[in-house]
Write a protein that binds this ligand. Structure first.
Ligand code: ATP
Ligand code: MG
Length: 401
């Protein structure tokens, strides 16, 4: 009967020996029976004469003979060789496991589970192999090899995904970096022409476009560097007292410039009094800017509202927009690096897909969380929640007033 080829097919049986029990052929049947009674884990014993195996006695068969009517009287005083199986399966130690299992299973049904004798290469007795153990070993190996194949294929899929994400990222980053660089070069050329023409108006206009392109470029590079810093665990946090209302109002002003001529109204809803907390205000500013920039980018008409409120033990900053919205199945992807919903080749909006990942990580660094709710085609709300209770390692309260 052919056995399945598994990881064990290159395993010599010499390495699987389960016992080295042996007895001389002249020992009486009674005393061998005593040994079986005294050692319950001994299932078989080899009959060895002058170091060479000459027979095999198994517990089942010996006890079966002895417990038959008059068994002890008939065989008890005889030598063990008279009751031993004198043609057991004997294999050299370097024989491979699968071949041995094949040989064992080809024996008559009553002998199939008999132990196998293993010899050294020169034919002297080395030990016994338990067929039951071999079968167990082989099934384990089979299960292990199936599992290994599964793991290998899962790992391959994972690597494939990582490589796809990286290629997509490279495509995005290259595109995103090239656009502002091209714009700066083009504008510099136009600036030179304007300078030759002595047109101060044109010079001013082209310079402000150049500044905008260079700033865009700087944001992309900063994002990439920030993410590497976060991933390397090297992003440091500096706590300072700051007014969250003021930060929000300032960012709202910049967002108004971003929105440009689109019919989008920006509303700020903050308490009248200053809302001071102790936190890393640069990181906080970066998070709110990212959320507001996204709202401006993905909203063509309607409203963007940024609201600040205190909810039990936390400070909530919610950025709501009436933009394109996000399908439910895409929500999970948003906070993974380069997790843009649009295809890199056909996408209509600029960006590297790092903003939300960085924001989520920064929020965690200052003790907060970001959540999102969205209705596709209607709009989205991204909320940043910061605890008012101390969250930093020193246990200093972060909320001051
Ligand atoms: N307010 C929003 N409305 C609709 N979709 C959004 C909104 N904010 C984020 N998204 C979706 O989530 C994706 C990831 O956002 P993220 O800010 O991480 O990247 P990005 O804006 O594309 O690029 P980057 O921020 O790096 O310039 C976006 O590409 C967009 O598909
Ligand atoms: Mg963004």
């Amino acid at each position: 009967m052919p056995t399945q080829t598994v990881a064990t097919n290159a395993l010599p049986v010499g390495e699987l020996i389960t016992s080295d029990e042996q007895v001389s052929p002249h020992t009486s049947v009674n005393s061998v029976a005593e040994r079986f009674f005294g050692t319950t884990e001994m299932d078989a014993i080899a009959v060895v004469d002058n170091k060479k195996p000459v027979g095999l006695v198994t517990r089942t068969k010996l006890l079966f003979s002895l417990f038959r009517r008059f068994g002890f009287e008939l065989y008890g005083r005889h030598t063990i060789i008279s009751l031993a199986e004198t043609k057991p399966l004997i294999v050299p130690e370097d024989k491979q496991l699968n071949d041995v299992i094949d040989m064992a299973l080809e024996r008559p049904p009553q002998d199939i589970y008999d132990e196998i004798i293993v010899t050294h290469s020169e034919g002297t007795y080395r030990g016994l192999l338990s067929v039951k153990q071999l079968v167990i070993q082989q099934s384990n190996a089979l299960a292990k090899s199936i599992l290994q194949k599964e793991i290998a294929s899962a790992r391959a899929k994972e690597l494939e995904k990582i490589s796809q994400v990286k290629s997509q990222f490279l495509a995005n980053v290259t595109h995103e970096l090239r656009s502002p660089v091209n714009a700066i070069i083009g504008l510099a050329e136009l600036l030179r022409i304007a300078a030759e023409n002595n047109s101060m108006e044109q010079i001013k206009e082209r310079l402000s476009f150049m500044i905008a392109s260079a700033t865009n470029l700087r944001t992309i590079i900063t994002n990439i560097l920030d993410l590497s810093k976060i991933e390397a665990g090297k992003m440091t946090i500096v706590h300072q007292s700051c007014d969250v209302s003021e930060i929000i109002s300032e960012i709202a002003e910049t967002t108004r410039i971003l929105v440009g001529r689109k019919p989008v109204n920006i509303e700020v809803s903050v308490p009248a009094e200053p809302m001071k907390i102790t936190t890393d205000h640069i990181k906080l500013r970066q998070i709110i800017t990212n959320l507001m920039t996204n709202a401006a980018k993905f909203t063509d008409a309607g409203n963007i509202t940024v609201a600040l409120s205190i909810n039990n033990s936390s400070l909530e900053i919610a950025v709501h927009d009436t933009g394109i919205g996000i399908k439910e199945e895409h929500l999970e992807k948003l906070f993974t690096a380069f997790g843009q919903i649009e295809d890199a080749k056909t996408k209509q909006h600029q960006g590297t897909g790092l903003g939300l990942t960085i924001s989520k990580n920064l929020a965690e660094l200052i003790g907060g969380t970001i959540t999102v709710t969205s209705v596709f085609g209607k709009g989205s709300t991204f909320s940043l929640s910061l605890p008012l209770q101390p969250h930093n390692k020193q246990g200093v309260p972060d909320y001051v007033e």
